[in-house]
Design a protein around this ligand. Structure first.
Ligand SMILES: [Zn+2]
Length: 465
């Protein structure tokens, strides 16, 4: 069955690509604070042209006065279309981001990273998939609705931020500040993967994250290593401290670490049992023989979506260059990331970690610094919005996969908590689109289908109670 905007999507691919190229050609790299305001303005231009009323929202009064590139906190693009036929009905909120990852290493790109070059079924460039391609599918679905019918099936809002690639540092405060304006009944997340069989993966949640640095200080400066008989080496202290955190099976040994972890619901278990995770393919990709604790089958899937982790992300001390240097370092540091699952909170887990270090005798010399914390969240599988998204995806793509949570982390928790609505991730990003890597690309066939899918989602959402 053909949808209302389907043939418009097919006919308008040329202007679709040209608007996406306009966005890709803005090098809006948040890590370098580069080109952000210009890109945000370009998004508002494309929205206005599409018939979406848009404006830039600023974080504070500095932003209101100073619209230049020197802003410390980049603005958010807000867009809105009210349904004429259904103004009291539901409101969908599209969350996306206009910033991108740095283009480095630039020498590994086949083309200019910000060219937006089209070749066959692919459009290349930093941000082509993550997240400008996704953003344009959400804008175009509404533009084509307005073009075809003069209306949209449900009320639509957009929030497009400029700091996603640096950890969405201000999104929570933005959500608080503009809570009334952003009021809605459901959120479509900024991206969604599409697997090698062209099936969209509909993800209902995200893990949380606790990012910590451990610092051990030894002598006031690096010392000659012959003095190791007298001076305690901070690297040894750090290694001993780290060794108390986790056993060989991956179990975290901090007291009460698992206390709030909620068990999978029966519905979640039934979805997990249908998961198509291919562990052999996965092991081949990473050239590993076994998983942690030898898990396999359903347990591997459970770990991926629902287990907390204690990972050493970085470890530094002393001399790590070529050849030998006999040195006793003055300082040793470790960066640790802990993935969190519902209903753990980063603050509580951090204080447990500090208590643990104290209890094991590291309270005086191993300093723990909190770098970043984010809680996990999952939209319940029983939420009607999930079925509407699933049906839409199946109509356009033939089939889809439901995943109860991504193994990764994003700012989904503040959206669900502050706006108090279900949040679902679905999109156009081919699994191997090289996002964050050289030669990132988006597939035109998937952008086309996802735009149609967004149309279906709005239709079904409008009809639901
Ligand atoms: Zn990204």
């Amino acid at each position: 069955m053909s949808g209302i905007i389907d043939n418009v999507v097919d006919c308008e691919m040329k202007s679709f690509i040209s608007d996406l190229q306009t966005l890709i050609r803005h090098p809006s790299v948040s890590a370098k604070k580069q080109g952000l305001v210009n890109c945000a303005k370009s998004v508002t231009d494309i929205m206005d042209k599409a018939g979406i009323k848009s404006e830039l929202l600023y974080f504070d009064d500095v932003g209101l006065e100073d619209h230049s590139e020197h802003l410390i906190v980049p603005p958010i693009v807000y867009g809105e279309v009210k349904s004429k036929s259904n103004p009291q009905g539901k409101t969908i909120l599209f969350y996306n981001h206009y910033d991108v990852q740095p283009e480095d290493p630039i020498e590994l790109w086949d083309e200019d990273p910000f060219s937006g070059k089209v070749e066959g079924n692919c459009i290349f460039g930093r941000g082509s998939a993550d997240d400008k391609g996704e953003l344009i599918t959400r804008i175009k679905a509404v533009e084509y609705y307005l073009k075809k019918t003069g209306d949209v099936p449900c009320n639509v809002k957009y929030i497009v931020e400029g700091e996603e690639e640096i950890g969405s540092i201000h999104i929570e405060q933005y959500l608080h500040k503009y809570k009334e304006k952003l009021r809605c009944d459901g959120v479509i997340w900024e991206f969604g993967y599409i697997d090698v069989s062209s099936r969209p993966i509909i993800s209902l949640g995200m893990k949380g994250l606790l990012y910590v640095e451990l610092i051990v200080k030894g002598p006031c400066r690096d010392a000659h290593s012959s003095l190791a008989v007298l001076i305690e080496n901070p690297a040894w202290r750090l290694v001993r401290a780290l060794n108390t955190l986790r056993d060989d099976k991956g179990k975290i040994l901090v007291r009460d670490w698992y206390k709030e972890v909620r068990q999978f619901t029966p519905e979640e278990l039934s979805i997990l049992s249908r998961d198509s995770f291919d562990e052999h393919e996965f092991k081949k990709e990473y050239q590993i023989r076994t998983f942690v604790n030898n898990v396999g089958g359903i347990d591997a899937i459970k770990s991926l979506v629902g287990m907390t982790t204690c990972n050493i992300a970085g470890l530094t001390a002393g001399y790590t260059g070529e050849g030998a240097k006999t040195v006793l370092p003055a300082v040793a540091t470790a960066k640790l990331d802990f993935r969190l699952v519902p209903n753990m909170t980063p603050e509580k887990q951090f204080s447990r970690l500090k208590d643990h270090l104290k209890e094991y005798g590291f309270g005086n010399d191993v300093e723990a610094r909190l770098i970043h914390g984010e809680a996990a969240v999952r939209t319940p599988t029983t939420e009607p919005f999930v079925r509407q998204v699933e049906e839409s995806a199946n109509e356009i793509f033939g089939s889809s996969i439901i995943s109860i949570s991504s193994a990764g982390t994003g700012p989904m928790y503040p959206f669900v908590k502050i706006l108090n609505v279900p949040c679902i991730s679905i999109g156009s990003t081919y699994l191997f689109s090289r996002i964050h890597s050289p030669n990132e690309f988006a597939r035109l066939d998937l952008l086309n289908k996802t735009t149609k899918c967004m149309g279906r989602i709005m239709e079904k959402f409008a009809k639901s109670r």
